[in-house]
Each structure stands twice: as C-alpha cells, then as structure tokens.
Design a protein around this ligand. Structure first.
Ligand SMILES: Cc1ncc(COP(=O)(O)O)c(C=O)c1O
Length: 361
C-alpha cells in the first residue's frame, strides 16, 4: 500500500494480555483470573471511583487544558513546581508526545532490547534509527548503552524497574551512566512501578536528583488501579515541559481521568493496601515457586517473571493455565520465549495460580 511508509507497514500489532471475557468465551469458563498485565487486583482506588461518579454529569464539558488541579497537587506532593509537571493519557501517552516533540529527522534512539513493548511500539513507529542493546543478566546494560551514544543520539529510554524482568538499575549504576551522557541527550526514566520499588535502599528515586535532560514518567495505572482510565504524569525541566505541552493532544487526559487522579492521590489507605498486598503476594509466590522448582527473576515491581527450559515448555504452561482460567503472560512477544510473567494478585488469585501450576507440574 503506497500510502503507508515502509517502517509502519513492517510494524507488528501490539499483543496485549488476553482479556478475561475472551478466555471465558473460548474455554467456557465462569471464573477467570487475569494475572497478565500487571494491573491492580484490588480494583480502582475507591476514592477515585467516587470522584469519577460525581463527575459524570459534567462530561459535556471539555477538560481543563492546563490540568491545573492535578498538576498542582503532584507538584506539591513531590516538592516541585507545576511548570515541571506534565499529564498524559497514561505514561505511554507522554512517551508518544516526547517522541513527537524532540526528534529531528536524523535523530536516533537507544534502549534495551526486549524491554517494555509500549516504548518499542512508539519508537518503531517514529521511523527513526533505534539501537536496541541486549540486556545483560536480565538487566539494562548501561555500559553498552553508553557506548552506543553518537552525535545523532537524542533519546535514551530506561524502564526502572524494567518490565518484563522486574529488575532495576541501582543509584550508583545510574550516576555512573549519567556522567557519560551528553546534556543534549534526553533520558526517559520510566518509573511506572515506582510505588512498589522505592522501598529498596539503592533504588534511584529520580525525584532526588532533577537533571535538566531527564524526564521521569509515572502512572496511575498500577498502584492506583486506574489502568483502564489512561492517566499518567511526568516531571522534567520547565523548558522540556512547556514544549511538550505545545505538542500533546490539548484535551488529554480526559476530564474524568483528571478527576480520578486528584482523588486517587488522597487515597492513602488504598495505596497502602496495594503495597501490602504486593509485598505479601511477592513473598508467597517466591516461596511457592521456588518450592515447585520454578526459577524466578527477583523483581522490584508488581509481577514476577519465571524461567522455563524452552519456549515450547513456556507456551505449554501458559496455554494449560489458560484452560484452567488463569491468564499469565507469555513473554514471546517481548523476545523472551522461555519466560512467563505473572502479576502479583490477591491472596486468592495467587493461591489459585500456584495450585493450578502445581497440578500441571
Ligand atoms: C515500564 C512500563 N511503563 C509504562 C507502562 C504503561 O503505563 P501507562 O498505563 O501509564 O501507559 C507500563 C505498563 O505495563 C510499563 O510496564
């Protein structure tokens, strides 16, 4: 089709975790657990639900283009200024805006191979040259990424913690890496799982050092349970934010998403419950998986990635779990065919997953 540029024609479709309704239909199941997309099994923040419900009658109005209330609240919470905050339709919405804002024709990007698919999709759709650097022991290889920097490099993307491996870059590693990155290169630090990771001693909470060429991305999708709503935020130098604000879709995020974000930020009880569920669930799954002899990768996020001895075996396990009504994520689409990622769910979900796996093994 001559209308479509070759780099778009060559893109593969994004393959998400299977939806619950589809699995119910396909296997005639009345109950299905979805542990495939690192969502929050507790549901959305109750305060956000209440606020959204109260907003419904105002949906004939466009949202506030400046996102004043939520940006101010985020700025106050993180001790920065509103002009350093951007909002988007999920952190992916902001990634998309970043790619549209900063890239000149010959600019190049660098990231890790087989890391977060969302960024891969957006980067590939830009038609720019991208250096995908293989991971080392399931972690970002910052040394190799630094070596790839050339005069065309404009953006380096790092998910910290990474999805799908759950590994993280330490403060020392980031500091050393940062000293090798020219100031004309923008570093995207994607901290989608920040709320689960920031308890770790050497996790580099990027709010503790604000550099002019670093943009931090975070989201309400995970810890606040609002993945379906599409609301995320970013922090950066005001010169970056003001230009991103010119390029982003003016009415992104939606009115209802803005309202939910403000309310969710006050839902400390829900956030604490989520973190506690994740910590207990992690300990349970780690213990049970190890006692089943399943190799796992230590994770700083709300999921655990398991390692199988072949892609065939991982596919069999994923499919057999599916037939039992448990959706986990085969990592074939990420480029890790021998791996299966399981999101940490409620106590019941985790238990059903382990019971099903035990039967299969
Ligand atoms: C590393 C990473 N970044 C971003 C996202 C997407 O976040 P959002 O829903 O805010 O677009 C995900 C979701 O899985 C993720 O794993």
């Amino acid at each position: 089709m001559p209308l479509v540029p070759p780099y778009i024609q060559n893109l593969a479709n994004y393959v998400p975790g299977k939806p619950i309704a589809e699995v119910q239909r396909e296997f005639g199941l009345s109950h299905v657990d979805k542990l495939a997309s690192n969502e929050n099994s507790l549901g959305p923040s109750p305060k956000a639900i209440k606020a959204m419900t109260e907003t419904l009658s105002g949906l004939h109005r466009y949202p506030d283009v400046s996102g004043y209330e939520l940006r101010t609240k985020l700025a106050n919470r993180f001790n920065i200024k509103m002009k350093n905050v951007i909002l988007g339709a999920g952190s992916e919405g902001i990634m998309s805006t970043i790619i549209r804002t900063f890239l000149l024709q010959d600019d190049e990007l660098i990231s890790a191979e087989n890391s977060f698919i969302g960024f891969r999709v957006l980067a590939n759709a830009s038609g720019r040259k991208i250096h995908w650097v293989p991971m080392k022991k399931h972690r970002y290889d910052l040394e190799k990424i630094a070596q790839k920097i050339n005069k065309f490099t404009k953006i380096i993307y790092i998910a910290n913690p990474d999805n799908p491996m759950g590994t993280y870059i330490t403060r020392g590693e980031f500091d050393q890496f940062y000293s090798r990155v020219p100031k004309r290169v923008l570093i995207i630090l994607d901290e989608a799982y920040f709320e689960f990771a920031h308890y770790i001693d050497d996790y580099p909470n990027s709010m503790n050092y604000r550099y002019d060429n670093v943009i931090t991305l975070r989201t309400f999708s995970k810890a606040y349970g609002l993945a379906g709503l599409r609301i995320g935020y970013g922090f950066a130098h005001d010169a970056l934010i003001s230009n991103l604000m010119k390029v982003k879709e003016p009415f992104e995020p939606s009115l209802i998403a803005l309202t939910a974000g403000v309310a969710a930020m006050d839902d400390t009880e829900f956030l604490e419950k989520t973190i506690a569920m994740n910590q207990t669930g992690y300990a349970f799954l780690e213990n049970e998986l190890q006692s089943l002899g399943v190799e796992i990768i230590s994770s700083a996020a709300n999921f655990i990635t398991t390692v199988w001895n072949s892609g065939k075996r991982a596919t069999e396990i994923t499919q057999s779990l599916l037939r039992k009504g448990i959706i986990v994520r085969s990592l074939t689409a990420f480029g890790w065919p021998e791996y299966i990622r399981v999101s940490i769910g409620t106590e019941k979900e985790n238990r059903r997953f382990i019971d099903a796996l035990r039967t299969l093994l």
